[in-house]
Design a protein around this ligand. Structure first.
Ligand code: PRP
Ligand code: URA
Length: 213
């Protein structure tokens, strides 16, 4: 994992398997089924990297031949996918964090204004006492992520960590400015946005590719 100079909030995975999965996601010939599987596997890697800095506490494990003084996570974890595309990351994160609570935020990006339009919110009451992983594979203008983080803060979230796949500099700058304490874990920092607000080179419309729409 590297931190990108000029972007202290961004952590890009350097794991070779992250590149393997990102290659599948970027390839325009990948089927929806293979896209879903690759996103699930990549989400596992990103979860392991994002949780590496989580605080831990001591605990004693009653092993078969004696006690072991060990450590475990200090706080529970709540994951919150941004509908729809964030749903494609949920199973991969739960593979690694099976006890996590799951909330949902429904946002879509207005095609003309590129502004996020909220349509659903269901957040568990564990949010204030949890580390929160916000899941959205695409960080383009950053409008959706900023709106999602604002809603999580309103629900009492303290530690919020964004798990994404492809990040555009424009979106990262927007999140860094509005929420300077947020860390973003992703597989790639791409070059920018096209005239429709899509990430270049990106991987297309993540929601459409996941669900075949
Ligand atoms: C996509 C993506 C993000 C958002 C990113 O969602 O999943 O939520 O766009 O763009 P932004 O950084 O410019 O806000 P979309 O609006 O396409 O909805 P969908 O996931 O339901 O397809
Ligand atoms: N949403 C997507 O799904 N892809 C992009 O490139 C930008 C926003």
């Amino acid at each position: 994992m590297i931190q990108v100079s000029d972007h202290s909030a961004l952590h890009i995975s350097t794991h070779p398997l992250a590149s393997v999965e990102l290659n599948v996601l970027r390839d325009r010939n990948t089927s929806a089924a293979n896209f879903r599987e690759a996103l699930r596997r990549l989400s596992r890697i990103l979860t392991i990297e994002a949780t590496a800095s989580f605080s831990t506490r001591e605990l004693i494990i009653p092993a078969p031949s004696g006690q072991v003084f060990s450590r475990t996570l200090s706080r529970t974890v709540t994951i919150v996918p941004v509908l729809r595309a964030g749903l494609g990351m949920v199973d991969g994160v739960l593979d690694v964090l099976p006890a996590a609570q799951v909330g949902h935020l429904g946002l879509y990006r207005d095609e003309a204004t590129l502004q996020p339009v909220p349509y659903y919110e269901k957040l568990p009451d564990t949010i204030p006492d949890s580390e929160v992983l916000l899941l959205d594979p695409m960080l383009a203008t950053g409008g959706s992520a900023n709106e999602a983080i604002r809603r999580l803060r309103e629900a009492g979230a303290g530690g919020v960590h964004v798990l994404s796949v492809v990040v555009a500099p424009e979106g990262l700058n927007a999140v860094e400015q509005r929420h300077p304490d947020i860390q973003v874990y992703a597989a790639a920092l791409d070059s920018g946005l096209d005239e429709r607000g899509y990430i270049v080179p990106g991987l297309g419309d993540a929601g459409d590719r996941l669900f075949g729409t």
